[in-house]
Design a binder for this molecule. Sequence first.
Ligand SMILES: CC(C)(COP(=O)(O)OP(=O)(O)OC[C@H]1O[C@@H](n2cnc3c(N)ncnc32)[C@H](O)[C@@H]1OP(=O)(O)O)[C@@H](O)C(=O)NCCC(=O)NCCS
Length: 295
Amino acid sequence: MQDVYTLCELAGPLTIDERVELENMLSRECVSSLPALFTLAAIRGELRESRLECTCILRNKHDQILTVIALIYAPYGNFIEINTRSLGKRCLDILNIIVKIVRNLTLNYEVNTIFVDNARIVDMLVQELPLDRYCVLIPLVLDLEDHSNEEIDLGKEIINHDSYRIDILDESYHQQVQFLMSMWSQFHVKVSLYTLKHGIPLGAFHREKLVGYLSTYVTLPECWLLASLFVHPDHRRRGIGSKLLHSMIKLANGKTKRLVAAVDLLNIDARRFYLRHRFKPIYRAQHSLTLRPPF
Ligand SMILES: CC(C)(COP(=O)(O)OP(=O)(O)OC[C@H]1O[C@@H](n2cnc3c(N)ncnc32)[C@H](O)[C@@H]1OP(=O)(O)O)[C@@H](O)C(=O)NCCC(=O)NCCS
């Protein structure tokens, strides 16, 4: 292996030069790549209560970055982000190095989830690691600059305008959010309580009862990653989800360039919902490998 080497494996903090180089690279890719988005947010200290524990940067002989592997400590478990670029003709050798490094990380750290932007790495990892769950995520992106001058009619789809209202939430809504999201899953309860604390959380109310929720997970000038969109089953198909999303678009306008929603490939309703709202799919699937239940 002469034309590829590991610059820093399980190393300490990034040097200033590495940080600048990585920020440049990841900020170009963060819209279409979830690992790039999370790694960039962690490098900038924008992932609250989380920290970048170590990074591994693989370069080719021209000193260009081929792959960045980041281990992030988060309040609900550690996760690994694997960012790959065009891997060239020695691809199999590089894939083997990546898999070896990731396997070592999972042995030495309590890793819950691995996010990967490359299907070949997934194929190799699933042979190596015991998986609890695996899913393919599709990033759907709304370019706000394309829509900044458009008038959005917030109430258009609501059956009865007076019976629902949208508000920005704060931590005093902890119990209501917990109760609503427990109708979805315990995983989403945890994520929504995190986003209630650290994101920009919006709630839909019906007679003072919380019946819908949408927040942000990561808010960067390049893009905001949306999280935890959920509407109480009894209140669906009345435009509540649309109203939450339109309210978020209004808040985001001028503060970021794009909104990104990471939607499970199998979640047909959610994909149709976002596509109907002019989000565009990025045809570079992302993969989420869960090694142990995160909570
Ligand atoms: C996805 C979700 C949030 C949508 O919420 P919602 O409040 O039902 O959304 P809306 O009412 O705005 O739109 C849903 C549908 O109702 C239709 N609709 C809206 N107002 C309507 C009305 N007054 N009468 C009849 N239909 C209406 C919309 O056209 C839309 O149709 P489509 O499915 O063909 O696109 C909801 O289904 C949900 O909570 N799903 C489970 C959680 C989930 O998967 N979240 C996404 C994770 S990425």
